[in-house]
Design a protein around this ligand. Structure first.
Ligand SMILES: [Zn+2]
Length: 349
């Protein structure tokens, strides 16, 4: 069968959730020089092309890039050291918005959003249209910036100086959970049950894929609760003799409860805190836990995301690999998967 939770190492990953998103504002600009490689180099090259320099955008800081950087530094009265630090970045990165943009500067930010921060639906086409604006707003929200869709210096700094891990998996996951806590969503495990956890993103299958859920390891027979009001949209076999239940909530999001024995049928309207099933042993290794996943329901363009939560056949397109694409089959999750770690913030009842 397909997915299993074999490790019993329990790690609670709360610390990063306690870091406010605005702390990402303190991101420092990367310093690039001859030999540097990667997404920031692509951005640098697009920004230099935007300034009129003729060079390739290949993500490698070679001689051609060095020559353009020195020439640009001379033009701006900066020290001509050929290294791109804060002052050079500030001169290079122009304000971009849907109403006023330049194609190559927009390519720079689209490249960062798509390839560094997994806004996989974006095209790097240099057109600052609706999709780029919405992705920029989702990015700003995730980093505690003004959500105006205008890519100014603060947003450039976060795009260039932050890492994708600051965003977790789906942009804004920690904000999502803080919002749900404030709305009164409840924890899927009842008050009183003792819990240990296995984290989202943990390696599975010798590192070929990563864990798409947080596991709440609890005693056999522990009830599993709906985190919010909603409707049961799936109640079916999961794996190793266990069931899964999926609940679609009023905001369009979908919570998924795996490795349980289901008490509910498709179409049932459930209330927050209602028992959906209970934890049972899986037949593979007799471990017992709630395997909990969460889906946002919308993409960053504002389109509803529909379809199976796991697709064992899709190779690309609307599904994301849980392991970022190293392997081509078996465990892909719908692209609106949210890092569920923040569900630990929800109140137990
Ligand atoms: Zn699991």
């Amino acid at each position: 069968m397909k997915h299993k939770c074999v490790s019993v190492i329990a790690i609670v990953v709360l610390i990063f959730l306690l870091i406010p998103p605005s702390s990402a504002k303190a991101a420092s600009m990367p310093v690039l020089k001859l030999g540097s490689k990667g997404n920031e180099v692509y951005a640098l090259q697009y920004l230099l092309i935007d300034k009129g320099y003729n060079l390739a955008s290949d993500g490698v800081f070679g001689r051609g890039t060095l020559k353009a950087v020195k020439s640009f530094q001379q033009e701006k009265g900066l020290e001509e050291d050929g290294a791109v630090g804060k002052r050079t970045w500030f001169e290079l990165a122009p304000k971009q918005s849907a109403s006023s943009y330049s194609p190559y500067a927009s390519k720079a930010l689209q490249h960062l959003l798509k390839h560094k921060f997994s806004f996989s639906f974006l095209d790097v086409d240099g057109i600052f249209g609706g999709a780029t604006r919405k992705a920029s707003i989702a990015f700003q929200k995730a980093f505690g910036l003004d959500q105006d869709g205008i890519v100014g210096l603060d947003t450039w700094i976060s795009m260039l100086g932050s890492s994708a891990s600051d965003l977790h998996f789906y942009p804004g996951a920690s904000l999502f959970w803080k919002g749900k806590r404030d709305e009164g969503w409840c924890h899927p495990i009842p008050l009183g049950a003792s819990i240990s956890t296995q984290p989202f993103g943990q390696a599975r299958s010798s590192g070929e894929r990563t864990h798409a859920a947080i596991d709440y390891i609890v005693d056999v027979g522990t009830n599993v609760l709906a985190v919010a009001d909603g409707e049961v949209i799936a109640s079916k076999m999961f794996y190793f003799g266990t069931d899964e239940v999926q609940v679609k909530h009023l905001d369009g999001s979908v919570s998924r409860y795996g490795e349980i024995e289901s008490f509910v049928s498709v179409g049932k309207k459930v209330k927050k805190g209602e028992a959906l099933g209970k934890v049972i042993k899986n037949s593979e290794n007799n471990l017992h836990m709630l395997h909990f996943e969460m889906y946002f329901g919308w993409d960053a363009s504002g389109n509803e995301v529909v379809g199976d939560l796991t697709d064992e056949k899709a190779k690309s397109g609307s599904y994301l690999y849980v392991d970022s694409g190293r392997h081509g089959s078996g465990f892909q999750r719908r692209r609106d998967l949210i890092d569920p770690t923040g569900s630990q913030l929800l109140a137990r009842r």
